[in-house]
Design a protein around this ligand. Structure first.
Ligand code: MG
Length: 376
């Protein structure tokens, strides 16, 4: 009637860059579906992520600080929403497809275990003889297999461009027609960098809030000190909370600007004419300037040492991971304890993989509850 989807698709064709992914040129879904009257393919993918149980569970999963230990700390869900917001800004500035980059950002952490990276390492160790475990691979398993709300297929049957964006560590990517390529879309690359911009900034924020790191220690790093000086030039007097918030805002703003300017240069230099040209690139074109890249690396090292591996953070997550380990062993011993839906997968996926799929979906709270129910 109103041809809403067709209108959005036409807008994309005229407004986006030639090397942006257009939703009407998507390489498609595994199972064919009739196009939706009001939503483009990527808008439909976004809805599938947002309405999934795996997405809702992100609310109960630790980002860095054990979930529920402070009122202001990020969870996986609030982290994910921040990543999507930053990703959209960068995509818009580069005339890329905002909807696609948003979907990839919203899906990027779906595969995380409870208790942050400590939980992930524990599960990986327990799965060593059975193919290992990592959250990127798990995000892909969730969207292609585990989430089951649609009667016609398992998983969410997302567009190829979304699953391509979740294969972050694959050296070569295989398109639906069987051809291989090296680089994912620029939208996928943007989502990836938005993740790193976001967590560097908000981990500094949460780290300061917790008192585990200090502003004085951060002053050794140009990422912080330059943003601090900028904030102080703009506002002479700020109360400490406003000051911290504004410096964090300046860090993010600076990094977004840096990546937009540098990526625009790299894109121009590569003379891209299409998405196919993007996929042929050997190197990622979305990139920071060398100064920002090395500044971020130094900051990351500091955060690892002083925040992520700080006993106050690490010990709580390790206690949780010990519960995860005990549950893993118990479920392998007694598979009848795992959920009915999950146990139907044992035959095809194997017992250990099924237990890992089941456990990795737990929120922190549910993991503690299950542990208490079985062991206490
Ligand atoms: Mg992330």
């Amino acid at each position: 009637m109103f041809k809403i989807r067709e209108r959005i698709e036409a807008d994309e064709q005229s407004a986006l860059a030639p090397y942006a992914c257009k939703s009407d040129e998507s390489l498609g879904r595994i199972h064919r579906e009739t196009p939706h009257p009001y939503r483009t393919a990527f808008q439909r993918d976004r809805a599938r992520i947002v309405h999934s149980a795996a997405f809702r569970r992100l609310d109960g999963k630790t980002q860095v600080f054990l979930n529920g230990t402070g009122d202001h700390f990020r969870t996986r869900l609030t982290h994910t929403i921040e990543v999507a917001s930053v990703a959209r800004t960068i995509a818009r500035a580069l005339a890329l497809n905002e909807d696609l980059t948003e979907v990839i950002a919203l899906a990027h952490d779906l595969g995380h275990t409870p208790f942050g990276h400590s939980g992930e390492h524990t599960l990986d160790r327990l799965m060593r003889a059975h193919g290992g475990f990592n959250h990127n691979g798990q995000s892909l398993r969730i969207v292609t297999l585990l989430e089951s709300q649609y009667p016609r297929f398992s998983g969410m049957n997302l567009s190829y461009e979304v699953t391509e964006g979740l294969r972050k560590h694959d050296k070569t990517l295989t398109a639906p027609d069987g051809t291989t390529h090296l680089s994912p879309s620029l939208e996928a690359q943007v989502a990836d960098f938005a993740d790193s911009i976001t967590y560097t900034a908000h981990d500094i924020d949460d780290g300061l809030d917790s008192g585990l790191i200090t502003a004085e220690a951060l002053d050794e790093f140009p990422i912080w000190s330059e943003a601090r000086m900028f904030a102080e030039r703009e506002f002479r007097k700020l109360d400490p909370t406003e000051r911290r918030g504004y410096i964090i805002r300046c860090i993010m703003n600076h990094e977004v600007e840096d990546i937009v300017i540098n990526s625009a240069k790299a894109i121009k230099f590569a003379r891209l004419k299409s998405v196919a040209d993007v996929r042929k690139q050997k190197k990622r074109l979305i990139q920071f300037s060398p100064e920002t890249r090395s500044g971020n690396a130094a900051m990351k090292k500091f955060l690892y040492k002083n925040l992520y591996y700080n006993p106050a953070v690490a010990e709580a997550n390790q206690r949780g991971s010990a519960m995860l380990e005990a549950l893993f062993k118990r479920f392998v011993e007694t598979p009848s304890l795992i959920g009915r839906k999950a146990s139907r997968r044992i035959k095809k996926e194997g017992l250990h993989r099924t237990v890992a799929d089941y456990l990795s979906g737990f929120t922190d709270r549910y993991c503690i509850e299950q542990y208490q129910a079985l062991f206490e």
